[in-house]
Design a protein around this ligand. Structure first.
Ligand code: ZN
Ligand code: ZN
Length: 268
């Protein structure tokens, strides 16, 4: 069992803070962890985020410090160095440059957190933009996910239906979207992340939802797991259940990564 999605950002890069996460991972049966700090934390990624609000207060950590910290941890723990990178269609070339320049990661998670005109939809359920046409919001979101997959920039597509997080009603044609996504991701080299953090959100459901997962299971798609923990208590949480569900639905392959080279492992 793997947990390739967690964030240490609420504490320092210290072994003491990491140990709190790791203990919970072990208790939850996780055999390999991956730390995936948000790219928006790092000064080195500022050029990717300079058109968005929040950037000033976010991009203030040192990437080098992060890389050195995880490299040290690797000597004593089964841990991978990951990064969660936002997909921003207008910044594709900057993202590509960043990933080429800092060729240090074991894997790159690709995430959509931002919609048209800088709408960070997962920040505030009371954002007035949530009263816009929901069909359009969903269309914009999944269009970006599609482009993220097609860009080929990412090893893993994270929380593929994050857009539902506040428990909003789903559009009537959602099953067509699921089918479309299944087809697109299976034709790509990216793995699909099963992310358990939706269980902590108002929607109270994993990403992708069991219904979405069932649709994707018709295609041959490799998977990874992630708790998206930002606090130790959430590290590795519900991964065992997600694993059981994935097996029941017929998923067969987990991808592990080393320096962005995937190694398939049979889901048993
Ligand atoms: Zn995310
Ligand atoms: Zn995350």
């Amino acid at each position: 069992m793997i947990d390739y999605h967690m964030h240490l950002e609420k504490g320092p890069f210290s072994t003491e803070w990491w140990e709190k996460f790791y203990q919970r991972e072990v208790e939850n049966g996780i055999e390999e962890c991956g730390i995936s700090e948000h790219a928006h934390r790092f000064r080195e990624a500022r050029g990717i985020y300079d058109h968005l609000p929040y950037t000033e207060k976010w991009c203030d950590s040192s990437l080098e410090e992060y890389v050195d910290f995880v490299t040290q941890l690797k000597k004593d723990y089964p841990v991978k160095l990951g990064i969660e990178m936002d997909y921003l269609p207008e910044k594709e070339s900057e993202i590509k440059d960043f990933l080429m320049r800092y060729d240090v990661f074991d894997y790159v998670l690709g995430s959509v957190h931002w919609l048209q005109s800088g709408f960070g939809f997962d920040i505030d359920p009371n954002d007035p933009r949530w009263s816009n046409d929901l069909e359009e919001i969903f269309f914009d979101y999944f269009d970006r996910v599609k482009r993220a997959i097609h860009s080929g920039l990412f090893d893993i597509i994270a929380h593929i239906d994050l857009i539902k997080l506040w428990g909003v009603p789903l559009p009537a044609h959602i099953d067509d979207i699921y089918m479309d996504m299944g087809r697109i991701i299976s034709a790509s080299s990216a793995a699909l992340e099963i992310n358990t953090s939706g269980l902590r959100r108002p929607v109270k459901e994993i990403y992708p939802s069991p219904r979405f997962l069932k649709t994707i299971s018709q295609f041959d798609v490799p998977i990874t797991f992630g708790s998206d923990a930002h606090l130790p208590e959430d590290a590795g949480r519900f991964i065992r259940d997600a694993c059981t569900l994935a097996k029941e639905l017929g998923f067969k392959t987990i991808l592990t990564f080393n320096k962005r080279k995937p190694a398939p492992v049979l889901l048993t």
